[in-house]
Design a protein around this ligand. Structure first.
Ligand code: HEM
Length: 399
């Protein structure tokens, strides 16, 4: 891009961001009208609830602000690229998205979007898309090149289905081709693709891998979402997917993973079903003899999943383990530290003696926001705090 085009893009990016919602709404409407097959790829619940509505376009505008130094975007691109690779976004999708994003900008801005402006944005989108495409190409190659790896979706059979609580089931999944499973990094997730009979298109959802150490299966642990629109996949898995049935899955992905240094102390904090990625992290950290603090917040003791697993680990290995039951009813039979009520700043101050540790948080956006705020207040640096959202990342990235 020449300097003139760079100047145009930089000066108009805030204007586009201002019309963000209108452009995005127009973009998705026209995109899905012309390419209904992409409804097999996008999460329609995120569309309906507006959660994904602005993530894509906002990222393009934010990236455009750095159009003359695109290398600074690589860490953010990598995070999104993990999700794209896991879902199955391909290089050939980018020109389609670009065409409809440009079209939406033109439609919403009308005459203000001059030919010069549109031409500069076309180039900017192309440059940004190229970075995504090359990062994702590498990720596809890695996924395929790993021992037992694969690059798209492949069928898995449900070997075991375990009820963890009234609204949570674990599924133990083995590959139909019986190839060995690639190792994964604790904290990573997989995409599950199913055809829900009431839906016209395929549905894709991400679930953290919730167990670690046995290479013969992958385990996912699924909470039934109460809202019918949100819960179409979880309800289908709970009610219709039984032992012997098959579902499709892509290879593990995600950068919410333990830092490399094995000596470094870790604090794992989870809320509700957010406990799932912290279980492999805990097991791996035990293997590495790390100094571990495991903190879990859950509404009731009945909803505290993996209770027995954790009790067993706690009896065998020295780690610091605290559970807060927000309904105030503690479990008298258990030997770990329990709190009646929600986790507050003072609890974290008491439980997290080493503020230099690495902190990993997973739970609802509200829970994570509260924990991040409290951790910062007790002196934990932002760069030591890692978190995983179950909703599109942009919605919590602002915290
Ligand atoms: C998710 C940005 C291109 C499909 C996302 C997210 C961002 C993003 C920020 C949220 C990440 C998260 O949840 O952690 C972008 C940018 C693009 C681009 C900047 C272009 C430069 C594409 C293309 C496709 C695509 C070409 C495929 C047609 C998806 C899907 C999701 C997603 C399916 C998952 C969320 C959902 O289903 O609601 N993207 N994206 N994206 N993107 Fe992209």
């Amino acid at each position: 891009m020449n300097q003139h085009e760079i100047d145009i893009v930089k000066s108009t990016a805030p204007v586009l961001a201002q019309y963000g919602e209108q452009i995005t709404t127009c973009f998705y409407r026209n995109l899905f009208e012309a390419h209904p097959e992409l409804l097999n790829v996008f999460n329609r619940t995120n569309q309906r609830t507006g959660r994904q509505q602005t993530a894509l376009a906002n990222t393009v505008y934010a990236a455009a602000q750095h159009i003359d130094q695109l290398h600074v975007l690589v860490p953010v691109v990598k995070q999104i690229a993990h999700k794209h690779r896991s879902i199955g976004v391909k290089a050939e999708h980018y020109p389609i998205v670009g065409e409809f994003l440009l079209g939406a900008i033109k439609e919403v801005l009308g005459d203000s979007a001059t030919d010069d402006i549109l031409a500069a944005w076309k180039k900017a989108y192309g440059d940004i898309a190229d970075i995504f495409i090359s990062v994702e190409k590498e990720m596809y190659e890695q996924a395929e090149g790993a021992k037992g790896g694969w690059s798209d979706y492949k069928p898995f059979v449900v070997a075991k289905k375990v009820k963890e609580s009234s609204d949570v089931y674990s599924f133990y999944l083995k590959p139909v081709d019986q190839n060995p499973l690639p190792t994964f990094l604790p904290g990573q997730y997989v995409s599950v693709r199913v055809q829900v009979p009431s839906e016209e298109f395929m549905s894709i959802r991400q679930y953290s891998l919730s167990d670690f150490g046995d290479q013969s299966y992958y385990r996912i642990t699924v909470k039934r979402e109460v809202n019918v629109a949100e819960g179409e996949v979880s309800a289908y898995l709970h009610d219709h997917v039984e032992v012997g049935n098959e579902i499709e899955m892509s290879a593990p992905a995600g950068d919410f993973v333990l830092e490399q240094s094995e000596e470094h102390p870790v604090v794992l904090i989870s809320g509700g079903v957010g406990i799932t990625p912290t279980m492999p992290m805990l097991k791996k950290s035990i293997e590495e003899h790390r100094d571990i603090t495991f903190i879990h917040a859950v509404r009731t003791k009945e909803q505290h999943i993996f209770k027995d697993d954790l009790q067993e680990l706690f009896a065998k290995y020295p780690f610091s383990y605290h559970v807060a039951y927000s309904d105030g009813d503690v479990d008298a039979d258990r030997t770990y530290d329990q709190k009646a009520g929600r986790i507050i700043r003072d609890d974290l101050q008491k439980w997290c003696k080493n503020t230099e540790a690495s902190f990993y948080i997973c739970g609802s956006p509200l829970f994570m926001e509260e924990m991040i705020k409290s951790l910062k207040a007790i002196g934990v640096k932002s760069e030591s705090i890692h978190f995983e959202a179950f909703t599109p990342k942009m919605s919590v990235a602002v915290t």
